[in-house]
Design a binder for this molecule. Structure first.
Ligand code: ARG
Length: 624
């Protein structure tokens, strides 16, 4: 096979990886010659049609910018002159030229392409190259920061979404040739951990901690927060009245928590030992749970891991540049003075000298620059923190120099809220609770069909996979920015665009191959699919949809939306379900060759579906 690199004239075309690109190159070359314009101009304008009825590729003639002739007339003229191998005569539709691939040549090249590329189909590893024309220049490095729960606190829906979306984005960029670092930035520092330590002194039990550390820590946290609530209210009320709250800050539990946290920041060994125990055991548990989702992190960083010197250095730069100023003993930034009035005023250093969330994020970014020299960094964080991240990016910009430079590669990947996330027993404390709850529900559903249930090798595992798919697909169905309502009923249904439906579509394709054990992969590659299937409208539609997949992956690199892939997969599976009756693999009247050709079609569909599911972070099941 020819090289998988782009062609010199069309740097963004990868004809060996993307069938559409192959046609784009052919059409662009010819159309440019006839219209006497630059081939790249045509290439860039060859879009996918919105539906198959409108063609495979569409070109809007005004893009040629040819003067002195109406675009409608130009379209007619071009269509008459164009003669392309493998493409049917262009259809003129007002100012558009619509191109339909000739089914037989298209089929005979697409199917073997998908079958040989296998798990790589759809991914273009050249995208992440620093210099596409020179692979020795290395790959771009991207940090994807995601999940980032807070130790001892609830794993809430925001963390769930971040985990799902971030896992997908890390797969997407890695598959596209980026050097990806998966990073979990734990909430494991700050006054709230001072408060947890106070709670531990009051309510902690070694016995209960040994039995279920995460659960016990959570209980302790809930209890101490209960104690703290009245104080917190009084404090907030005083603040709202505009009173000076300095004296309140040093009293009661708040004072205790602050003092404890100050000890942690000063490096007090006893204070740190306790905190480290909590952190280590939490990470151990996180690791196990993420593994259930097929997710691993290259680094468990966290707010605690930001060095005092780094934060000191950040402050120094900010002061030197006149960005940070002292206000009543605290260090603040008044963004209004730096062209960003909307960001208001932010504290970077508390009155008692401890760091805060923003300063820690600035320090963390600096450490990541140092350690990874990243080109790009994605913060997969809920929309509520948009303001915070804007402040962070602005601070990087105001720091100037290399910080401002790196800051340009930093992006907030935001997402909306989930309402009503709870288990059947009520509370979600941890990611495990959700996974087990939905998995258990799927298990009950599976058991209702006894015969099928007995055929599944390890029903518990399958139920867990289905449950996870249900949760993830529900989350990825809409655009990130949308809010949605968590619904166990809806997400676990086998009808509609759900995780179980997608898994069912995959398992059904797998079952086809169990019925034809005598047909080998070699047979599939050797079949003359173009001649055998080119006349079948169902087969052609299916193949045309499969050919779109590499474009969809490209598109997702821009939208950063899992829904871009998921919506496509549902389109593919809907087409599949309406094909089965028309395209039977085992049909003695039509002969063995036809069986093989259809099997090749279904195998290519299975591969495409599987690749998309894996990219999304789902684990496709073979039976259910
Ligand atoms: N731990 C934070 C929370 O749960 C999310 C961290 C977001 N990332 C960051 N770099 N600030 O709210």
């Amino acid at each position: 096979m020819a090289s998988t690199q782009s062609t010199a004239a069309f740097p963004s075309a990868f004809p060996d990886l993307n069938a559409l690109d192959r046609y784009r190159v052919a059409i662009a070359t010819e159309l440019a010659r006839i219209a006497n314009v630059a081939p790249n101009l045509v290439y860039a304008g060859l879009d996918r049609a919105s539906t198959l009825d409108f063609g495979d590729l569409v070109f809007a003639v005004p893009r040629l910018r040819v003067k002195g002739i109406k675009p409608q007339d130009l379209a007619q003229k071009l269509a008459c002159e164009l003669k392309l191998e493998g493409v049917q005569p262009a259809v003129v539709d007002d100012i558009y030229l619509r191109f339909f691939f000739s089914p037989s040549t298209f089929m005979s090249s697409l199917l073997p392409q998908i079958l040989t590329q296998g798990a790589r189909y759809g991914l273009n590893p050249n995208v992440g190259l620093r210099d596409p024309s020179d692979p020795s220049a290395g790959r771009k490095r991207m940090i994807v920061e995601f999940s980032s729960p807070n130790i001892a606190k609830k794993f809430h829906a925001g963390h769930l979404r971040s985990t799902i979306i971030g896992g997908f984005l890390a797969n997407l960029f890695q598959g596209s040739g980026y050097d990806v670092v998966r990073m979990n930035y734990l909430g494991d520092w700050g006054r709230q951990y001072g408060l947890l330590a106070c709670g531990w002194q009051k309510y902690g039990s070694e016995e209960e901690f040994a039995r279920d550390p995460i659960d016990h820590l959570f209980q302790v946290y809930v209890k101490i927060n209960g104690d703290f609530a009245p104080e917190e209210e009084a404090y907030k009320a005083a603040k709202a009245r505009g009173e000076d709250t300095a004296h309140l800050e040093n009293q009661g539990l708040l004072g205790e928590a602050k003092r404890y946290f100050a000890r942690m920041e000063e490096g007090d060994q006893d204070a740190l030992a306790l905190w480290r125990r909590f952190r280590d055991i939490s990470i151990q548990r996180y690791r196990e749970t993420y593994a259930r989702l097929n997710i691993h992190f290259d680094e468990y960083s966290g707010e605690s891991q930001v060095g005092q010197e780094t934060m000191g250095k950040a402050e120094e730069i900010l002061k030197e540049k006149g960005v940070a100023e002292t206000d009543k003993g605290a260090e603040i930034i008044d963004f209004g003075k730096h062209g960003a009035k909307k960001l208001g005023v932010a504290i970077v250093r508390n009155r008692n000298g401890t760091s805060n969330y923003l300063l820690r994020d600035v320090g963390a970014a600096m450490q990541r620059m140092e350690r990874y020299g990243f080109d790009e960094m994605l913060y997969v964080v809920m929309a509520e923190q948009e303001q915070h991240l804007k402040c962070l990016f602005k601070v990087m910009e105001l720091m100037g120099g290399e910080h401002a430079e790196k800051g340009k590669g930093m992006r907030h990947v935001s997402f909306g809220k989930v309402a009503g996330m709870s288990t059947r027993k009520g509370t979600v404390k941890f990611l495990d609770d959700i996974i087990s709850d939905v998995g258990g529900f799927m298990h009950d559903v599976m058991r209702r069909n006894e015969k099928k249930y007995r055929e599944v090798a390890s029903p518990e595992d399958t139920a867990e996979m289905l449950g996870i798919s249900a949760i993830m697909v529900q989350d990825m169905s809409g655009k990130r920015a949308n809010n949605y309502e968590y619904s166990l009923e809806r997400m676990t249904a086998f009808e509609g665009d759900t995780g179980p439906y997608l898994q069912y579509a995959h398992a059904r394709l797998c079952s086809i191959f169990r019925k034809i054990p005598d047909i080998t992969h070699q047979d599939l590659l050797g079949v003359d699919a173009g001649t055998l299937l080119g006349e079948s409208p169902h087969a052609v539609r299916l193949a045309r949809i499969m050919a779109l997949y590499p474009d969809m992956v490209n598109h997702a690199l821009k939208t950063l939306e899992p829904a871009t892939i998921l919506t496509y997969l549902f389109r593919l599976t809907h087409e599949l379900s309406s094909s089965y009756d028309h395209l039977k693999v085992v049909n003695p009247e039509e002969g063995r060759e036809m069986s093989i050709a259809r099997a090749a079609l279904y195998e290519a569909a299975r591969q495409t579906l599987r690749n998309g599911m894996v990219l999304l972070g789902l684990t496709p099941v073979d039976r259910m």
